[in-house]
Design a protein around this ligand. Structure first.
Ligand code: 5GP
Ligand code: ZN
Length: 143
């Protein structure tokens, strides 16, 4: 069994509210969500950061990121959508597996975010995930 929490999510050993999955990428709701609709877009393969991936996988992650971000905007109409990523022990990370945080923001959230501010619970994560999945389907249909 892998010690990496995201590898365990990819393997289905830890439940997660998944919004998108393809050959290279999985996107799911962050359990320690700062704001509703906070999604983690992660590689399926264990790699600490984008530049440890081969180019094709890196490009695939970018494509998934664009799609998921636009679906979050469609589902939640946030005033902003922040993209955060850090990697490695010296960046204070707890998960050493490449992932991008997509965090919907409101103007009065301020610059400093409480991390993590709350734990929304499975029902609310599932509801958020369903809204994003619906937006992804609508976007795919419109292409
Ligand atoms: P970082 O290392 O980037 O600060 O944080 C890793 C992120 O993964 C955190 O935001 C944390 O809430 C999230 N996370 C950690 N374990 C789990 C988990 O088991 N399920 C989900 N959905 N998210 C997790
Ligand atoms: Zn991993």
């Amino acid at each position: 069994m892998s010690a990496c929490v995201f590898c365990r999510i990819v393997a289905g050993e830890i439940p997660a509210s998944v919004v998108h999955e393809d050959d290279d990428t999985i996107a799911f709701m962050d359990i320690g969500s700062v704001n509703p609709g906070h999604v983690l877009v992660a590689t399926k393969r264990h790699a600490e950061n984008l530049f440890r991936l081969d180019e094709a996988s890196g490009a695939a992650v970018g494509r998934a990121l664009v799609r998921v971000a636009r679906a979050i905007e469609k589902a939640f109409a946030p005033e902003g959508l922040s993209q955060y990523q850090a990697n490695g022990e010296l960046a204070g990370q707890t998960v050493f597996h490449y992932h991008v945080h997509l965090v919907p923001r409101r103007r009065d959230d301020g610059m400093k975010i409480d991390w993590p501010a709350r734990n929304p619970g499975r029902d609310s994560l599932e509801a958020d995930a369903a809204a994003i999945r619906k937006a992804l389907q609508q976007e795919a249909g419109g292409r």
